[in-house]
Design a protein around this ligand. Structure first.
Ligand code: G3P
Ligand code: MG
Length: 237
């Protein structure tokens, strides 16, 4: 079972920062998850929320601010602990510069082009330029975004975040998308759902799994991977 460091080692360092990704690597993580948005000047940036209210004390939506001169200056570390003061919002390229090729990347698109015009093209183009198609899974709750990604490239690896979608719809869409995995929340896990997905050739990844008890239960159920804020939960490092 693969442990994917969720937003980096986000139990120990501010989520979705180079500090959190660096720590995950130090802790031996074999895979890392992060969330992607786009600024007004089309920079791909790594953050969970649509704005930096929670992690940067800045109320403006990322889609409405420029990277240059604005987003690049926002401190996204101090909210977590004063030790991380000065930590800056990373760009997608900063994450790829940091994380070595042996580590799998789970790139979650928080919204598609309905919110961030052209984001799918930009991400696919980026993966090509970085020769990163093999090491990266693109996931999203926004299934229209996944269809756009798929139409741009038949080789991109796709993770289908189930969200509130009915399973009958999910089975059709994962097939149409040639998705590699079904990504579900811990609350959604049932032996039946795990089996149904695996019977369809899908890997099953579960978020967010932060206790040894849940980890062991899911390992027994045969899930393929867990997203965790605590890379030390990986017994298979
Ligand atoms: O990709 C798994 C997980 O990250 C999805 O939920 O809200 O933590 O991005 P969230
Ligand atoms: Mg995520």
């Amino acid at each position: 079972m693969l442990l994917i460091a969720h937003r980096g080692a986000s139990g120990h360092a501010p989520e979705n920062t180079l500090a959190a990704f660096g720590l995950a690597l130090k802790m031996g993580a074999k895979a890392v998850e992060f969330d992607v948005h786009q600024t007004l000047d089309h920079e791909l940036v790594v953050a969970h929320d649509d704005d930096l209210r929670r992690c940067g004390k800045d109320r403006r939506a990322l889609k409405n601010i420029h990277w240059a001169g604005e987003a690049e200056n926002i401190d996204v570390g101090a909210w977590f602990d004063p030790r991380f003061k000065g930590e800056r919002l990373p760009r997608l390229q900063d994450v790829f510069d940091l994380v070595p090729p042996r580590v799998e990347l789970h790139l979650e698109l928080k919204s598609g082009s309905a919110v961030y015009p052209g984001i799918e093209e930009r991400v696919v183009d980026f993966l090509h330029r970085r020769d990163a198609l093999k090491r990266t899974l693109v996931s999203s709750f926004d299934h229209d975004a996944l269809y756009s990604v798929r139409s741009l490239d038949e080789k991109v690896r796709i993770g289908y975040l189930l969200g509130l979608t009915r399973t009958a719809v999910a089975w059709r869409e994962t097939k149409e998308l040639a998705a590699e995995s079904l990504n579900i929340s811990l609350r959604q896990v049932t032996p039946r759902l795990v089996k149904a997905a695996r019977d369809r050739g899908l890997k099953v990844y579960v978020y967010t799994v932060n206790t040894p008890l849940d980890r062991d239960r899911l390992a027994k159920l045969g899930v393929d991977g867990i997203f965790s804020n605590y890379p030390e939960l990986d017994l298979w490092r």
